[in-house]
Ligand binder design. Structure first.
Ligand SMILES: Nc1ncnc2c1ncn2[C@@H]1O[C@H](COP(=O)(O)OP(=O)(O)OP(=O)(O)O)[C@@H](O)[C@H]1O
Ligand SMILES: [Mg+2]
Length: 364
Protein backbone atom coordinates (compact mmCIF):
# COMPACT_ATOMS: atom_id res chain seq x y z
CA UNK A 1 0.00 0.00 0.00
CA UNK A 2 1.10 3.58 -0.33
CA UNK A 3 -0.01 7.03 0.66
CA UNK A 4 -0.55 9.28 -2.34
CA UNK A 5 -1.25 12.51 -0.57
CA UNK A 6 -1.20 13.96 2.89
CA UNK A 7 -2.94 17.20 3.83
CA UNK A 8 -2.02 18.99 7.06
CA UNK A 9 -4.05 21.95 8.33
CA UNK A 10 -3.03 23.62 11.56
CA UNK A 11 -1.28 20.40 12.50
CA UNK A 12 1.79 21.22 14.67
CA UNK A 13 3.82 23.84 12.77
CA UNK A 14 2.01 23.25 9.45
CA UNK A 15 -0.62 25.87 8.57
CA UNK A 16 -1.85 24.34 5.31
CA UNK A 17 0.37 21.96 3.33
CA UNK A 18 -0.02 19.06 0.99
CA UNK A 19 2.52 16.30 0.40
CA UNK A 20 2.21 14.25 -2.78
CA UNK A 21 4.24 11.16 -2.09
CA UNK A 22 5.64 8.69 -4.59
CA UNK A 23 5.10 4.98 -4.02
CA UNK A 24 8.86 4.49 -3.55
CA UNK A 25 11.35 6.26 -1.33
CA UNK A 26 10.39 9.75 -0.14
CA UNK A 27 13.01 11.78 1.65
CA UNK A 28 12.03 14.77 3.76
CA UNK A 29 14.98 16.96 4.58
CA UNK A 30 15.30 20.14 6.56
CA UNK A 31 17.17 21.71 9.42
CA UNK A 32 16.27 20.86 13.01
CA UNK A 33 12.80 21.86 14.23
CA UNK A 34 11.31 22.50 10.77
CA UNK A 35 8.53 19.88 10.76
CA UNK A 36 10.07 16.62 9.54
CA UNK A 37 8.98 14.51 12.51
CA UNK A 38 5.63 16.31 12.57
CA UNK A 39 4.94 15.00 9.07
CA UNK A 40 5.85 11.42 10.02
CA UNK A 41 3.75 11.78 13.15
CA UNK A 42 0.72 12.82 11.07
CA UNK A 43 1.07 9.71 8.90
CA UNK A 44 1.30 7.48 11.97
CA UNK A 45 -1.81 9.13 13.41
CA UNK A 46 -3.77 8.28 10.26
CA UNK A 47 -2.75 4.65 10.65
CA UNK A 48 -3.19 4.11 14.37
CA UNK A 49 -5.00 7.09 15.90
CA UNK A 50 -1.98 7.58 18.15
CA UNK A 51 1.11 9.72 18.15
CA UNK A 52 4.38 7.81 18.03
CA UNK A 53 5.69 10.41 20.49
CA UNK A 54 3.26 9.46 23.25
CA UNK A 55 2.00 13.03 22.96
CA UNK A 56 -1.48 14.13 23.91
CA UNK A 57 -3.83 14.61 20.97
CA UNK A 58 -4.52 18.26 21.67
CA UNK A 59 -0.80 19.09 21.50
CA UNK A 60 -0.92 18.69 17.73
CA UNK A 61 -3.23 21.69 17.32
CA UNK A 62 -1.16 24.54 15.94
CA UNK A 63 -0.49 27.21 18.54
CA UNK A 64 -3.34 29.72 18.65
CA UNK A 65 -5.74 27.60 16.56
CA UNK A 66 -8.85 25.76 17.72
CA UNK A 67 -8.50 22.59 15.68
CA UNK A 68 -6.08 20.57 13.58
CA UNK A 69 -6.86 18.48 10.51
CA UNK A 70 -5.00 15.65 8.80
CA UNK A 71 -6.16 13.80 5.72
CA UNK A 72 -4.48 11.00 3.81
CA UNK A 73 -5.35 9.20 0.59
CA UNK A 74 -3.90 5.75 0.22
CA UNK A 75 -3.93 3.06 -2.44
CA UNK A 76 -4.07 -0.46 -1.11
CA UNK A 77 -4.44 -3.90 -2.63
CA UNK A 78 -8.06 -3.72 -1.51
CA UNK A 79 -8.84 -0.30 -3.06
CA UNK A 80 -8.42 3.37 -2.31
CA UNK A 81 -9.04 4.76 1.11
CA UNK A 82 -9.28 8.22 2.59
CA UNK A 83 -8.76 8.79 6.30
CA UNK A 84 -9.41 12.13 7.97
CA UNK A 85 -8.74 13.16 11.54
CA UNK A 86 -9.87 16.40 13.11
CA UNK A 87 -8.39 17.24 16.49
CA UNK A 88 -10.26 19.46 18.95
CA UNK A 89 -8.96 20.36 22.41
CA UNK A 90 -11.12 17.69 24.03
CA UNK A 91 -11.69 15.06 21.32
CA UNK A 92 -10.83 13.89 17.84
CA UNK A 93 -13.13 13.01 14.97
CA UNK A 94 -12.44 10.17 12.58
CA UNK A 95 -13.77 9.92 9.04
CA UNK A 96 -13.15 6.97 6.79
CA UNK A 97 -14.02 7.56 3.14
CA UNK A 98 -16.10 10.53 4.21
CA UNK A 99 -18.11 8.63 6.82
CA UNK A 100 -17.71 9.62 10.44
CA UNK A 101 -17.05 6.87 12.93
CA UNK A 102 -16.92 6.98 16.71
CA UNK A 103 -14.96 3.77 17.04
CA UNK A 104 -11.18 3.89 17.15
CA UNK A 105 -11.19 0.29 16.00
CA UNK A 106 -12.67 1.38 12.66
CA UNK A 107 -9.61 3.48 11.96
CA UNK A 108 -7.19 0.61 12.41
CA UNK A 109 -6.19 -1.48 9.43
CA UNK A 110 -7.13 1.06 6.74
CA UNK A 111 -3.62 2.41 6.22
CA UNK A 112 -0.84 0.52 7.96
CA UNK A 113 2.60 1.72 8.87
CA UNK A 114 5.72 0.72 10.70
CA UNK A 115 7.43 3.60 12.45
CA UNK A 116 11.06 3.75 13.43
CA UNK A 117 13.09 6.53 14.99
CA UNK A 118 16.03 6.70 17.42
CA UNK A 119 13.62 6.65 20.36
CA UNK A 120 12.48 3.20 19.35
CA UNK A 121 15.61 1.97 21.04
CA UNK A 122 13.29 1.91 24.04
CA UNK A 123 11.92 -1.25 22.51
CA UNK A 124 15.12 -2.99 23.55
CA UNK A 125 16.46 -0.95 26.42
CA UNK A 126 13.57 0.20 28.49
CA UNK A 127 10.66 -1.32 30.36
CA UNK A 128 8.45 -4.28 29.42
CA UNK A 129 5.75 -1.69 28.79
CA UNK A 130 7.64 -0.44 25.73
CA UNK A 131 7.80 -3.97 24.32
CA UNK A 132 4.11 -4.52 24.98
CA UNK A 133 3.41 -1.24 23.19
CA UNK A 134 5.23 -2.60 20.15
CA UNK A 135 3.08 -5.74 20.21
CA UNK A 136 -0.12 -3.81 20.85
CA UNK A 137 0.34 -1.21 18.11
CA UNK A 138 1.42 -3.75 15.58
CA UNK A 139 -1.27 -6.29 16.40
CA UNK A 140 -4.02 -3.70 16.68
CA UNK A 141 -3.28 -2.55 13.13
CA UNK A 142 -3.36 -6.13 11.91
CA UNK A 143 -6.28 -7.45 13.82
CA UNK A 144 -9.36 -5.70 15.20
CA UNK A 145 -10.20 -8.74 17.32
CA UNK A 146 -6.95 -8.13 19.19
CA UNK A 147 -7.67 -4.43 19.61
CA UNK A 148 -11.15 -4.99 21.03
CA UNK A 149 -10.04 -7.88 23.28
CA UNK A 150 -7.24 -5.72 24.67
CA UNK A 151 -9.67 -2.86 25.41
CA UNK A 152 -12.03 -5.24 27.21
CA UNK A 153 -9.15 -6.85 29.07
CA UNK A 154 -7.86 -3.49 30.33
CA UNK A 155 -11.32 -2.46 31.47
CA UNK A 156 -11.95 -5.66 33.42
CA UNK A 157 -8.43 -5.56 34.83
CA UNK A 158 -8.94 -2.08 36.18
CA UNK A 159 -12.23 -3.16 37.83
CA UNK A 160 -10.48 -6.21 39.27
CA UNK A 161 -7.71 -4.00 40.67
CA UNK A 162 -10.26 -1.69 42.27
CA UNK A 163 -11.86 -4.70 43.92
CA UNK A 164 -8.46 -5.92 45.16
CA UNK A 165 -8.08 -2.70 47.14
CA UNK A 166 -11.39 -3.23 48.98
CA UNK A 167 -11.25 -3.36 52.79
CA UNK A 168 -13.49 -6.42 52.89
CA UNK A 169 -11.12 -9.29 52.08
CA UNK A 170 -13.83 -11.96 52.21
CA UNK A 171 -15.84 -10.05 49.65
CA UNK A 172 -12.76 -10.00 47.42
CA UNK A 173 -12.25 -13.75 47.70
CA UNK A 174 -15.92 -14.35 46.91
CA UNK A 175 -16.14 -11.96 43.96
CA UNK A 176 -12.79 -12.55 42.25
CA UNK A 177 -13.75 -15.77 40.44
CA UNK A 178 -16.57 -13.92 38.67
CA UNK A 179 -14.18 -11.30 37.36
CA UNK A 180 -11.53 -13.87 36.52
CA UNK A 181 -13.80 -15.90 34.27
CA UNK A 182 -14.28 -12.73 32.18
CA UNK A 183 -10.67 -11.62 32.44
CA UNK A 184 -9.15 -14.84 31.12
CA UNK A 185 -11.52 -14.90 28.18
CA UNK A 186 -10.03 -11.68 26.79
CA UNK A 187 -6.52 -12.37 28.12
CA UNK A 188 -6.49 -15.63 26.16
CA UNK A 189 -7.29 -13.82 22.90
CA UNK A 190 -4.50 -11.32 23.56
CA UNK A 191 -1.95 -13.98 24.47
CA UNK A 192 -2.89 -16.27 21.59
CA UNK A 193 -2.50 -13.42 19.08
CA UNK A 194 0.80 -12.34 20.61
CA UNK A 195 2.08 -15.91 20.37
CA UNK A 196 1.06 -16.16 16.75
CA UNK A 197 2.66 -12.79 15.97
CA UNK A 198 5.94 -13.78 17.64
CA UNK A 199 5.98 -17.08 15.83
CA UNK A 200 5.92 -15.16 12.54
CA UNK A 201 8.09 -12.26 13.69
CA UNK A 202 11.04 -14.12 15.23
CA UNK A 203 12.47 -15.77 12.11
CA UNK A 204 12.00 -12.57 10.07
CA UNK A 205 13.75 -10.54 12.78
CA UNK A 206 16.63 -13.02 12.88
CA UNK A 207 16.90 -12.87 9.11
CA UNK A 208 16.79 -9.05 8.99
CA UNK A 209 19.41 -8.88 11.70
CA UNK A 210 21.71 -11.27 9.86
CA UNK A 211 21.22 -9.19 6.74
CA UNK A 212 22.13 -5.90 8.44
CA UNK A 213 25.09 -7.36 10.35
CA UNK A 214 26.34 -9.42 7.41
CA UNK A 215 25.77 -12.67 9.29
CA UNK A 216 27.78 -11.63 12.30
CA UNK A 217 24.92 -11.69 14.77
CA UNK A 218 22.06 -14.01 15.58
CA UNK A 219 18.95 -12.33 17.00
CA UNK A 220 16.42 -14.33 18.99
CA UNK A 221 13.05 -13.06 20.12
CA UNK A 222 10.74 -15.05 22.34
CA UNK A 223 7.87 -14.53 24.72
CA UNK A 224 8.83 -14.09 28.34
CA UNK A 225 5.87 -16.19 29.50
CA UNK A 226 4.89 -19.78 29.12
CA UNK A 227 1.24 -19.66 28.04
CA UNK A 228 0.64 -21.65 24.90
CA UNK A 229 -1.92 -23.69 23.00
CA UNK A 230 -5.35 -22.56 21.87
CA UNK A 231 -7.49 -19.94 23.57
CA UNK A 232 -9.20 -22.46 25.86
CA UNK A 233 -5.91 -23.93 26.95
CA UNK A 234 -4.41 -20.48 27.65
CA UNK A 235 -7.53 -19.42 29.55
CA UNK A 236 -7.34 -22.56 31.69
CA UNK A 237 -3.66 -22.06 32.53
CA UNK A 238 -4.14 -18.40 33.36
CA UNK A 239 -7.24 -19.03 35.44
CA UNK A 240 -5.39 -21.53 37.57
CA UNK A 241 -2.41 -19.14 37.97
CA UNK A 242 -4.77 -16.33 38.93
CA UNK A 243 -6.39 -18.52 41.58
CA UNK A 244 -2.95 -19.41 42.91
CA UNK A 245 -1.90 -15.77 43.10
CA UNK A 246 -5.06 -14.55 44.82
CA UNK A 247 -3.54 -13.97 48.26
CA UNK A 248 -0.51 -12.25 46.80
CA UNK A 249 -2.73 -10.00 44.68
CA UNK A 250 -4.89 -9.13 47.70
CA UNK A 251 -1.78 -8.28 49.75
CA UNK A 252 -0.37 -6.09 46.96
CA UNK A 253 -3.68 -4.64 45.83
CA UNK A 254 -3.19 -5.33 42.13
CA UNK A 255 -3.17 -8.16 39.59
CA UNK A 256 0.30 -9.66 39.41
CA UNK A 257 -0.02 -11.86 36.32
CA UNK A 258 -1.53 -11.60 32.84
CA UNK A 259 -0.85 -9.92 29.48
CA UNK A 260 -0.40 -6.52 31.18
CA UNK A 261 2.77 -7.91 32.80
CA UNK A 262 4.18 -9.79 29.81
CA UNK A 263 7.60 -9.14 28.37
CA UNK A 264 9.72 -10.27 25.44
CA UNK A 265 13.13 -11.87 25.63
CA UNK A 266 15.52 -10.43 23.07
CA UNK A 267 18.95 -12.00 22.68
CA UNK A 268 21.94 -11.55 20.38
CA UNK A 269 24.29 -14.50 20.07
CA UNK A 270 22.66 -15.99 23.16
CA UNK A 271 23.05 -12.97 25.42
CA UNK A 272 20.29 -10.63 26.51
CA UNK A 273 20.65 -7.43 24.44
CA UNK A 274 19.09 -5.22 27.07
CA UNK A 275 21.90 -6.06 29.48
CA UNK A 276 24.90 -6.93 27.32
CA UNK A 277 24.26 -5.32 23.93
CA UNK A 278 26.19 -2.27 22.70
CA UNK A 279 24.26 0.83 21.62
CA UNK A 280 24.72 -0.12 17.99
CA UNK A 281 23.58 -3.69 18.59
CA UNK A 282 20.52 -2.48 20.45
CA UNK A 283 19.67 -0.07 17.66
CA UNK A 284 20.14 -2.74 15.02
CA UNK A 285 18.03 -5.21 16.99
CA UNK A 286 15.21 -2.65 17.28
CA UNK A 287 15.45 -1.94 13.57
CA UNK A 288 15.46 -5.67 12.73
CA UNK A 289 12.27 -6.07 14.74
CA UNK A 290 10.65 -3.26 12.77
CA UNK A 291 11.81 -4.68 9.45
CA UNK A 292 10.42 -8.02 10.57
CA UNK A 293 7.12 -6.34 11.37
CA UNK A 294 6.94 -5.30 7.70
CA UNK A 295 7.34 -8.93 6.71
CA UNK A 296 4.65 -10.09 9.12
CA UNK A 297 2.24 -7.57 7.58
CA UNK A 298 3.16 -8.80 4.14
CA UNK A 299 2.70 -12.44 5.15
CA UNK A 300 -0.73 -11.72 6.52
CA UNK A 301 -2.07 -9.25 3.97
CA UNK A 302 0.10 -9.80 0.90
CA UNK A 303 1.12 -6.17 0.84
CA UNK A 304 3.62 -4.08 2.73
CA UNK A 305 2.64 -1.25 5.06
CA UNK A 306 4.23 2.18 4.74
CA UNK A 307 7.66 2.39 6.34
CA UNK A 308 8.35 5.56 8.32
CA UNK A 309 12.00 6.12 9.11
CA UNK A 310 12.23 9.24 11.21
CA UNK A 311 15.84 10.28 11.66
CA UNK A 312 16.61 6.60 11.85
CA UNK A 313 19.43 6.32 9.36
CA UNK A 314 21.76 8.93 10.78
CA UNK A 315 22.51 6.64 13.68
CA UNK A 316 23.63 3.71 11.59
CA UNK A 317 27.01 3.33 9.92
CA UNK A 318 27.15 3.66 6.17
CA UNK A 319 26.99 -0.01 5.24
CA UNK A 320 24.09 -0.70 7.62
CA UNK A 321 22.29 2.33 6.22
CA UNK A 322 22.71 1.11 2.66
CA UNK A 323 21.44 -2.32 3.63
CA UNK A 324 18.35 -0.88 5.26
CA UNK A 325 17.59 1.11 2.12
CA UNK A 326 18.06 -2.05 0.09
CA UNK A 327 15.41 -3.64 2.29
CA UNK A 328 12.98 -0.79 1.59
CA UNK A 329 13.01 -1.63 -2.13
CA UNK A 330 9.40 -2.04 -3.23
CA UNK A 331 8.00 -0.58 -0.01
CA UNK A 332 6.76 2.97 0.23
CA UNK A 333 9.21 4.59 2.60
CA UNK A 334 9.09 8.04 4.13
CA UNK A 335 12.49 9.01 5.46
CA UNK A 336 13.25 12.14 7.39
CA UNK A 337 16.80 13.34 7.79
CA UNK A 338 18.87 16.47 7.95
CA UNK A 339 20.92 15.73 4.84
CA UNK A 340 20.73 13.61 1.72
CA UNK A 341 24.14 14.09 0.12
CA UNK A 342 25.13 10.76 1.48
CA UNK A 343 26.53 7.68 -0.23
CA UNK A 344 23.60 5.55 0.84
CA UNK A 345 21.35 7.66 -1.36
CA UNK A 346 23.52 7.93 -4.44
CA UNK A 347 22.26 6.06 -7.46
CA UNK A 348 18.88 5.65 -5.84
CA UNK A 349 15.67 7.03 -7.17
CA UNK A 350 13.75 8.99 -4.61
CA UNK A 351 11.35 11.88 -4.25
CA UNK A 352 12.71 14.66 -2.16
CA UNK A 353 10.89 17.28 -0.10
CA UNK A 354 12.57 19.98 1.79
CA UNK A 355 10.69 21.57 4.67
CA UNK A 356 11.37 24.85 6.39
CA UNK A 357 9.30 26.26 9.25
CA UNK A 358 6.29 24.11 8.39
CA UNK A 359 6.35 24.84 4.67
CA UNK A 360 7.33 22.53 1.84
CA UNK A 361 10.01 24.53 0.09
CA UNK A 362 10.58 22.32 -2.86
CA UNK A 363 9.87 18.94 -4.31
CA UNK A 364 12.12 17.18 -6.79
N1 LIG B 1 1.18 22.51 18.34
C1 LIG B 1 2.17 23.12 17.71
N2 LIG B 1 1.99 24.30 17.06
C2 LIG B 1 3.00 24.92 16.41
N3 LIG B 1 4.24 24.45 16.35
C3 LIG B 1 4.49 23.27 16.98
C4 LIG B 1 3.49 22.54 17.67
N4 LIG B 1 4.02 21.42 18.17
C5 LIG B 1 5.31 21.43 17.82
N5 LIG B 1 5.60 22.53 17.10
C6 LIG B 1 6.88 22.93 16.51
O1 LIG B 1 7.21 22.14 15.42
C7 LIG B 1 8.59 22.33 15.17
C8 LIG B 1 9.17 21.19 14.34
O2 LIG B 1 9.08 19.99 15.00
P1 LIG B 1 9.63 18.60 14.41
O3 LIG B 1 9.72 17.70 15.56
O4 LIG B 1 8.83 18.15 13.27
O5 LIG B 1 11.08 19.02 13.90
P2 LIG B 1 12.09 18.20 13.00
O6 LIG B 1 12.14 18.88 11.67
O7 LIG B 1 11.79 16.76 13.04
O8 LIG B 1 13.46 18.52 13.77
P3 LIG B 1 14.68 17.57 14.21
O9 LIG B 1 15.61 17.54 13.06
O10 LIG B 1 15.26 18.35 15.35
O11 LIG B 1 14.14 16.26 14.61
C9 LIG B 1 9.21 22.57 16.53
O12 LIG B 1 9.96 23.76 16.51
C10 LIG B 1 8.03 22.74 17.47
O13 LIG B 1 8.17 23.84 18.31
MG1 LIG C 1 12.63 15.16 14.10
Amino acid sequence: MYIESLVLKNFRNYADERFEFSDGVNVITGMNAQGKTNCAEAVFYLCTGYSPRAARDKQVIRYGQDKAYVSGNAKTAYGSVNVELTFYPDKKNIRINGVETLKMGELLGNINSVFFNPEELKLIKESPEDRRRFLDISLSQMNKKYFYALQKYKKILSQRNTLLKDENKDLIRETLPVWDAQLVKYAAIVIKERNEFLRLLSPFAAEAHRFITENREELEISAGYRYGGDENEIARQLLSDLAESTEKSIALGYTTIGPHRDDLRIKINGEEVKIYGSQGQQRTAALSMKLAELEVFNTRFHEYPVLLLDDALSELDCSRRARVLERAEGIQTIITCTETDDEAFTNRKFTRFSVCAGKIEKRE
